[in-house]
Design a protein around this ligand. Sequence first.
Ligand SMILES: Cc1ncc(COP(=O)(O)O)c(C=O)c1O
Length: 380
Amino acid sequence: MNLKSKLPSVGTTIFTVMSKLAADVGAINLSQGFPDFDCDPALVDAVTRHMREGRNQYAPMQGVPALRQAIADKFAALYGAPYDPETEVTVTSGGTEAIFDAVAAVVHPGDEVIVFEPCYDSYVPAIEVSGGTAIVVSLRYPDYAVPWAEVRAAVTPRTRMIMLNSPHNPAAVILGADDIAELTRLVEGTGITILSDEVYEHIIFDGARHESMARSEALRARSFIVGSFGKTYHVTGWKVGYVVAPAALTTEFRKVHQFVTFSTNTPIQHALAEFLSEKRGYPELSAFYQRKRDLFLTLLAGSRWKPLPSRGTYFQLLDYSAITNERDMDFALRLTKEHGVASIPTSAFLYRQPPPPVLRFCFAKRDETLEVAADRIRRL
Ligand SMILES: Cc1ncc(COP(=O)(O)O)c(C=O)c1O
């Protein structure tokens, strides 16, 4: 059969490639973004209890009411944003599903979507499956700041959406108040929607404030805001996330969501509703990960690895230009095979610009894991 691929340039994701290689050669896996420690046992107990109590059938399409209420309450408390849990909050099977559904809900063939490289690898395929065109604007090493003049130049009458991510994977930068002001001016008077990927909203360092789109009435009126409980509760394998958006956007979003997954795992939603409504876990998450970031940096201090500032997420970019002039992919493979530490080359997140000499390391790991990993690479 002569099948014409809708995603001809997509192969196996770099995360799968590096995690498999790490397993094959017995390397420490600092590549894929997941903790090597367990979640709060009380969360597992809560899921088990809900299963035993028989909450094992389809959840409502839009999500369990108690969880939607807890999400709305969190947005009101943290960002002063009044989302209606009935019409403006939807629970999804991970942030990835939320991103895909939001793009599919509003992007028509021929539409343009502005994305910033480096970017999470699901963005561009989601746009292309919907027949849209990704207009890539480069965030450049080493500061990865948003070049607003270039963004303005990239806007056309066909621009349907701008996709943003803060705290940012893989660059670990965050949007500031100036960025929000620029964005507000840029979209004012246009029909451009915003997809704001805020899955790392609770992992932000050095006392910085998370600039959620929800804080601004003008921006939240046109935004899908995506969250993920995988990041917040150390349960990336459970794949539960959400999207908040104004009712008109949510109506279109749910039309897609109900035919992609229909609904999300029921007992887990009930357990997360308990944790979230009791404000468990997320208030102390930034301090928890900041300590791990600082430990990792202390362990590498004095080495030829040069850290770039990590202002949020659980990723650290390390500049290796003082060690080798290899391309990032080649060096990442060699580092895994010869030195037993797997990382992610940032070229995996790039579309236009040549890869800079940096690798992404995930520090969502036990202290012992970080100690052994740092010991293996610090003398390079
Ligand atoms: C920037 C970003 N967005 C979205 C996701 C997907 O989240 P989930 O695992 O909930 O699908 C990830 C996961 O790594 C991510 O890093």
